[in-house]
Design a protein around this ligand. Structure first.
Ligand code: ATP
Ligand code: MG
Length: 574
């Protein structure tokens, strides 16, 4: 491709709206443009990356026997009502009406559509397993679209759905997808790990997320280096530490804590450590209000609470409700004498004593409160987030925390959707049974952006060879000069003949501009034809990730580039 016939509007300045590097560099490199919040257009260069990621996914999905389909983006409300998700999915589901007042949504995911597709036609166990996938646009009206392609509202996803006769079949399909995902992300040149994850709004019981290591990631990966346990923070378990309580039981005492509302204020005032205070937090669920009790130095893990209580909605109670329930303003809630709500304790409370709790009275707390004697609870469980210093629940080693970007997610759904939608097949005995399903997503556009987060320098992107828009940037420093121009034309055609994807910078621009653009858009190999070298029949070849170029004869340049490219591909081979 010649740059003069290409559309690549690069920007010199850092766009103010870009919060993270991938966003900034894709805008500056002329790869994407924002149309509206969380909605992006892909320009030729950016779309080539998306297509390459898609192609790797396609090859690996096909290799596992999955079949490609193409499902509608616009989905009727009735289907979503069958599974109850029309009401439950919340505001992420963009809903609208057609001219006949019929309700529709833009597909954020396709479990309903795919289950509907097979329910009347996939009938016999003999036809199973089946795995159908598509690579298509999804729409989710995210609360806070941000970081460019990372959390967009409209984005490209690969979603696959497997149908099996039983759990064993599902386990095989799941493992196939796990393996395919490992191959896909390796081939995309990413450093990643698979972690245990929560199943969220999609549902089901087993799930793994594929996380790309990156400081800018929104997810926290919790890992044990000894036994290999790895989980998303939402899910991460840890060994509860034993409560220290060796001073003997003391009498409950109400103390005056004027205007002290936060854990820091109260414990600072009383001269005790935050771990000796029990925070009581009121939440609203669809089943009523609950009071969560957790140690003052711990954070509530809302995902764990949802599971423990078997609820789907969990939101901090509004201050009016807190006042109604506790009789005091926010900041003074406590379990002693608290009525009318379900009391939920973190598992570590059992065994604690002489703790500080709110007194349900403005400006007062209790000290020396002791569970069992002064208060109790209805349910106990693990409801707090793991944190650095916690130990692995399997082997006791200290857990490690790092940031990651979720690029893929696989779920064992079981029969959740097939039961709800009456999707059944006939087994060997002629009996009707619901399909046992799995679903498997990859954020295609997020994957492309993740590659930049992992691979860049101060000057721009350093694409992995497998998803680079072009493999080689051919840079004649002076297009005016016939000798340079002719040599460049010759190299260009011979590289194309050898199957190298090459972008020829045939612009009449200063060399400095060309070098800047080359570094910004990040093709893995650069060949430079300059005034000094041309006289000796030399050109410079350089890997984008390396500092120094090497002189090679123009004759040898073709072989050199081909072997550099092949070596780069070997690095990401599976
Ligand atoms: P997240 O926790 O980041 O919101 P999710 O759990 O909602 O992700 P899934 O429903 O599992 O995501 O979707 C499958 C994949 O689609 C994700 O692994 C991610 O790579 C991608 N994805 C999800 N939401 C977005 C988004 N808003 N923008 C871009 N990609 C997304
Ligand atoms: Mg989401």
């Amino acid at each position: 491709m010649r740059l003069t016939s290409y559309y690549m509007p690069t920007l010199r300045e850092k766009p103010a709206e870009a919060e993270i590097l991938s966003h900034q560099l894709m805008l500056r490199g002329g790869m994407i443009r924002k149309l509206a919040s969380g909605i992006y257009s892909f320009l030729p260069l950016g779309y080539r990356v998306v297509r390459k990621v898609e192609e790797i996914i396609r090859q690996e999905m096909n290799a596992k026997g999955a079949l490609e389909v193409f499902l509608p983006v616009v989905q009727p409300a009735e289907l979503w009502r069958e599974t109850g998700r029309w009401d439950r999915f919340g505001k992420e589901l963009l809903r609208f009406k057609d001219r006949g007042e019929r309700e529709f949504c833009l597909g954020p995911t396709h479990e309903e559509v795919i289950t509907d597709l097979v329910r009347n036609e996939l009938r016999s166990y003999r036809q199973l397993p089946v795995n159908l996938y598509q690579i298509h646009v999804k729409f989710r009206d995210e609360t806070r679209p941000r970081f460019g392609l990372m959390r967009a509202r409209e984005f490209v996803m690969k979603d696959a759905y497997s149908f099996d006769a039983d759990e064993r079949g599902l386990s095989r399909s799941y493992q196939d997808m796990y393996d395919a995902y490992s191959r896909i992300f390796t081939r995309c040149g990413l450093r990643f790990t698979a972690v245990e994850a929560d199943t969220g709004a999609i549902g089901g019981d087993v799930s793994h997320e594929f996380m790309v290591w990156a400081e800018t990631g929104e997810d926290v990966i919790v890992r044990c280096c000894r036994c290999g346990y790895a989980a998303n923070l939402e899910r991460a378990e840890f060994q509860p530490s034993k409560g220290k309580w060796d001073e003997g039981e003391k009498p409950l005492e109400k103390v005056y804590t004027p205007n002290m509302k936060t854990v820091e204020e109260v414990t600072g005032f009383l001269g005790v450590s935050p771990s000796c205070l029990i925070k009581t937090l009121l939440y609203q669920t669809e089943k009523g209000f609950v009071a969560l009790m957790v140690p003052g130095d711990r954070e509530v893990n809302e995902t764990k609470v949802l599971h423990l209580l078997g609820v789907e909605e969990l939101e901090l109670a509004a201050s009016v409700h807190v006042e109604e329930i506790t009789g005091a303003p926010v900041g003074f809630a406590g379990p002693v004498g608290l009525k009318g709500v379900k009391l939920v304790a973190d598992r570590t409370l059992d065994g604690m004593g002489n703790v500080v709790v709110g007194a349900n009275e403005e400006d007062y707390h209790f000290v020396n409160a002791t569970p069992g004697r002064d208060f109790s609870w209805d349910v106990a469980g693990d409801i707090v987030k793991a944190r650095p210093g916690d130990r692995c629940h399997r082997c006791g080693t200290a857990l490690e925390f790092s940031k990651g970007i979720e690029v893929g997610h696989i779920f064992k759904l079981g029969t959740k959707y097939s039961e709800a939608m009456g999707a059944r097949f006939l087994d060997e005995k002629g009996q009707e049974r619901p399909f046992v399903m799995g679903c498997y997503g990859i954020g295609v556009t997020r994957t492309a952006a993740s590659a930049i987060e992992q691979s860049h320098d101060d000057d721009g992107i350093i694409w992995p060879i497998s998803i680079a828009p072009f493999q080689c940037y051919l840079l004649p420093t002076n297009w005016e000069r016939a000798d340079i121009r002719n040599a460049a034309e010759g190299l260009y055609h011979r590289l194309l003949e050898r199957g190298v994807e090459v972008l020829l910078d045939d612009r009449d621009e200063r060399a400095g501009v060309k070098f800047k653009d080359a570094d910004l858009i990040g093709m893995p190999i650069r060949v430079t034809l300059g005034e000094r070298g041309i006289k000796k029949g030399l050109c410079e070849v350089k890997l984008r990730r390396e500092e120094r170029p090497r002189d090679v004869s123009i004759e040898q340049a073709i072989e050199e580039v081909v072997s550099m490219r092949d070596a780069l591909f070997k690095e990401v081979a599976v």
